[in-house]
Design a protein around this ligand. Structure first.
Ligand code: ZN
Length: 162
């Protein structure tokens, strides 16, 4: 188990387009294991390879804490509906902003064995898939925030006042 350093906003690696994975190698297997460890250690629901400085089209997602999803060369093939809500990113620590995403997505990806599979997600899973796939094309959610980027602490205060 190895925790990798999470790159933060301002680091050029987060604005680059990632390359497709052509074949599984021991190094990529290790990268995926490390990405999962790093995501869980940081209490995140998703992590994309560029966030640990690797420009490959790999993301890991786990919105429940017990169901890790590995997506290699993922593509969204269908989306529907809309959801508007707060989003955050391990590369933008302590911040949150409101982003509108599809409420449903269907994606196709390869698993750790390079076998193709389809996945459907709604709500948080749909949001996480969209957010993580954006990372692979060099995009951060802050580009899509409606209104302003807020400190997580501000939101917590608001919730207490309500
Ligand atoms: Zn992110």
């Amino acid at each position: 188990m190895a925790i990798r350093n999470i790159r933060e906003i301002g680091d050029d690696v987060l604005n680059k387009t990632c390359k497709e994975v052509k074949e599984m190698t021991p190094r990529i297997k290790e990268l995926i294991e490390d990405m999962l460890d790093t995501m869980y250690e940081a209490n995140g629901v998703g992590l994309a390879a560029p966030q640990v400085g690797i420009l490959k089209r790999i993301v890991v997602i786990d919105v429940t804490g017990e169901d890790p999803i590995v997506m290699i060369n993922p593509k969204i093939i269908q989306s529907d509906g809309e959801q508007t809500g707060h989003e955050g990113c391990l590369s933008v620590p302590g911040k949150t902003g409101v982003v509108t995403r599809p409420n449903y997505v269907k994606a196709v990806a390869l698993d750790e064995n390079m076998e193709e599979y389809e996945i459907e997600g709604t709500e948080l899973l749909a949001r996480a898939i969209c957010h993580e796939l954006d990372h692979l094309d060099g995009h951060l959610y802050v580009e899509k925030v409606e209104g302003r980027l807020m400190d997580v602490a501000e939101i917590e205060d608001e919730e207490i006042e309500e």
